[in-house]
Design a protein around this ligand. Structure first.
Ligand SMILES: [Mn+2]
Length: 324
C-alpha cells in the first residue's frame, strides 16, 4: 500500500513529493496507519511512545527517540518479506504519548516515571493488547515489566543491551538507565542478557550469584539461539536497547559500544523466541536520533515492526498451546 492509499483510503492519483522526514499532511501514527481504522478497540497491538529522559549519562537526545521512530516508520512497507504477511493486519494503534510531568519539580524522577509506565501498560494489557513501547531512556522498562509480571507470575525478561545495566544504583538513582536490568529483577522470574560487552566486575559477580543468563558479544556473532531460548519461560518480555547493535550501523544511541550485534544476528534470536515462546510485550529504547544518521531511526522503526510481527505471527500456536 502506498502512503497516498493509507492516508486517503484509496490510490492517490498524483502523490505530492514529500520532503523526507516531514510528512506534514500525514497522520502521526506508526506506519502512518489510518487512525480511524486502527482504533484501540480494533487493534491487537499498541505503540506506546514514552519520550522520557532524565538519567542519561553520556550523549543526550533519547527524548526525541519515539517521534523519530514514528516519523521514520512512514517509509516502511506493510508487508514483511521474511514472515510473508502484513503484521499490521491485526491492527496497530498508536497511543497518546506518555509524558513525564513538566520538569524540574516535582516529577518524582525515574521511579515515578516507571510507575506511570506500569499503570499505562497494565491498562492496555488488561484490554488484551500487545504493547510495544518506544523510548526514551532504558529506565522506563521496569515499569512495563512490573505490569506484565503481575499478569504472568513466571515472566522471563530478555534484554538486548551493550551494557549489563545491573547496577543497584547509579549517580544516586536506583532507577537509572544504568540499573534497567537490575530493576526488572524486582519483578521478573528470570533475566537473560544478550549482546553485553561492557560491565563492571561487581555486575559480573551479581549476574553469577543471581543466575542471570549472560550471552556476551565477543569477536564472533552470537549463534547459539537454542541456548538463549532455553533460558526463557513460557511468557517473555523483550527489552531492546539499540546499543546492542554495532555502532557502525546504529550510532544514534546514548552510549555507543564497539563490537556489537548485527541486524540478522539479533532477529534470528527474536524470531525463535516468537516461534517457541510467547512475547507478551516489548520495548525499543535509547534511540538518540540527533547522534546519528536518519537510517538509525528507520532501523529502529523496522525493529519495532519486526517485533510486532514475531509476537503475533505465531498466534495460532499460542491458542493451541505449544510445547515449550
Ligand atoms: Mn540499557
Amino acid at each position: 500500500m502506498t502512503e497516498g492509499e493509507r492516508a486517503t483510503g484509496g490510490p492517490h492519483p498524483d502523490p505530492l513529493p514529500q520532503e523526507r522526514g516531514t510528512h506534514p499532511a500525514l497522520p502521526d501514527t506508526f506506519l502512518i496507519l489510518d487512525p480511524d481504522e486502527h482504533t484501540l478497540d480494533r487493534s491487537r497491538c499498541v505503540v506506546l511512545p514514552v519520550p522520557y529522559e532524565e538519567t542519561t549519562s553520556y550523549r543526550k537526545g533519547t527524548r526525541r527517540g519515539p517521534e523519530a521512530i514514528i516519523r521514520a516508520s512512514a517509509e516502511m512497507e506493510d508487508y514483511d518479506v521474511e514472515l510473508g504477511c502484513e503484521p499490521c493486519s491485526v491492527g496497530i494503534h498508536t497511543a497518546p504519548t506518555l509524558e513525564a510531568p513538566l520538569a524540574p519539580e516535582p516529577n518524582g524522577g525515574p521511579e515515578a516515571m516507571a510507575g506511570r509506565v506500569r499503570e499505562a501498560v497494565a491498562s492496555y494489557a488488561a484490554q488484551g493488547k500487545l504493547v510495544g513501547m518506544l523510548g526514551g531512556e532504558h529506565s522506563i522498562t521496569s515499569g512495563a515489566v512490573a505490569a506484565h509480571a503481575e499478569r504472568h507470575p513466571g515472566l522471563s525478561v530478555l534484554f538486548f543491551d551493550a551494557q549489563a545495566d545491573l547496577r543497584d544504583d547509579y549517580q544516586g538513582w536506583s532507577h537509572s538507565h544504568a540499573c534497567a536490568a537490575r530493576r526488572t529483577l524486582d519483578h521478573a522470574s528470570s533475566l537473560t542478557l544478550v549482546g553485553v560487552r561492557s560491565m563492571t566486575g561487581e555486575e559480573a559477580a551479581f549476574a553469577q550469584e543471581r543466575g542471570v543468563a549472560l550471552f556476551p558479544r565477543g569477536a564472533e556473532p552470537i549463534a547459539d539461539v537454542d541456548a538463549i531460548v532455553d533460558t526463557l519461560g513460557e511468557e517473555v518480555y523483550v527489552s531492546f536497547d539499540l546499543d546492542a547493535f554495532d555502532p557502525s550501523f546504529m550510532s544514534a544511541v546514548g552510549t555507543p559500544e564497539p563490537g556489537g550485534m548485527g541486524w540478522w544476528e539479533a532477529l534470528r534470536i527474536l524470531r525463535a523466541v516468537g516461534e517457541r515462546r510467547r512475547i507478551v510485550g516489548f520495548d525499543v529504547v535509547e534511540l538518540a536520533p540527533d547522534e546519528g544518521p536518519e537510517a538509525c531511526a528507520y532501523t529502529a522503526a523496522k525493529l519495532v515492526y519486526k517485533l510486532f510481527g514475531y509476537a503475533t505471527a505465531y498466534a495460532v500456536a499460542e491458542v493451541e498451546g505449544h510445547d515449550a
